[in-house]
Ligand binder design. Structure first.
Ligand code: PDD
Length: 287
């Protein structure tokens, strides 16, 4: 089946989709993005993702590329046209096309927008979740504004590639205090020996994940005890369980951190249960 992308007002064949060479996203990474899960013909937690998109845009003083309602429609339409039943929908907004100059372009330059959708196999994801993943620690080297979901992902690319070459699936950033901040494209969690869920507070050092928020809702609903506090890499090595969350992975158990096996080396009960129950707390918008 041929894929379709939405680019600045038009649905075009994916293979022909293009942006201008002087798009500021291309030249300066001057743009932001969101990834929403598509689950059983629904876009998951779209309101929360669009709220965060709005926040990222406003922090960078980039305008909305269209009204929010229209964007909701374009996301759903892109999913529909690509016949994606399970997978993800991606939206990227940049400061637009203008002659290369570090200063913001003139007011009349419109933001650029691209939307794509991609199918993925739920069976393959389940298989991975049943095995769990390994993560590899990496020194935190990103700018302090990681709360903004910018397309400037070069540090994340390098950290994740390092993890891959060391046999892992994800990198865990560790800050100067020895605390885990988050993954290269996920939030990080542990379950302590006394069964407490722990994840870093969203005030600093992390992106405030939408999946993280849903898992916190789920923990409350299930009566699990949890703490939003910093945890060190050492504490994570000794944890009963560890896992990561993101729209692309949902709740993904971690069974090894660097050379240390976590728990008994198999996905933990808490992570597995949170994964199973995940969609009971999410907002589902049928496409
Ligand atoms: N990444 N932290 C970082 C650095 C991320 O890039 C992401 C998401 C998350 C989790 O956020 P959420 O739960 O809202 O997906 C945390 C997306 C999926 C990506 O870049 O592909």
């Amino acid at each position: 089946m041929s894929r379709i992308a939405y680019v600045n007002g038009q649905y075009v064949p994916h293979k022909d989709a293009a942006i201008h060479v002087e798009d500021r996203g291309y030249q300066f990474a001057d743009g932001v993005y969101e990834v929403c899960e598509v689950w059983k013909d629904n876009i998951v937690d779209m309101p929360r993702h669009l709220d965060r998109l709005g926040r990222s845009l406003s922090e960078l003083r980039i305008g909305w590329p269209m009204a929010r309602k229209a964007l909701e429609f374009v996301l759903a339409e892109t999913v529909r046209r690509n016949k994606v039943h399970n997978g993800m929908v991606y939206v990227q907004v940049t400061r637009g096309v203008s002659r290369r100059d570090h200063f913001f372009p003139p007011q009349d330059v419109a933001p650029s927008i691209v939307v794509t959708a991609r199918a993925s196999s739920p069976a393959a994801a389940e298989k991975q979740a049943e095995a769990g993943i390994s993560v590899v620690s990496f020194p935190e080297n990103r700018w302090p504004r990681v709360d903004i979901k910018t397309v400037a992902l070069l540090p994340n690319v390098l950290a994740k590639q390092h993890a891959k070459e060391a046999g892992g699936k994800e990198a865990w950033y560790v800050d100067a205090d020895g605390n885990v901040t988050e993954g290269g494209s996920t939030n990080a969690w542990i379950v302590t020996r006394d069964n407490k869920l722990v994840t870093r507070p969203a005030e600093s050092g992390i992106l405030k994940g939408i999946t993280r928020a849903a898992v916190l809702d789920l923990a409350k609903k299930e009566g699990l005890s949890f703490e939003e506090r910093a945890f060190s890499l050492e504490e994570a090595y000794g944890a009963r369980e560890a896992f990561v969350t993101a729209a692309s992975t949902l709740v993904m158990p971690v069974v090894k951190i660097d050379d240390t096996v976590i728990g008994n080396g198999h996905p933990g009960m808490v992570a597995t249960r949170l994964r199973q129950l995940f969609h009971t707390v999410t907002d589902l918008k049928a496409v």
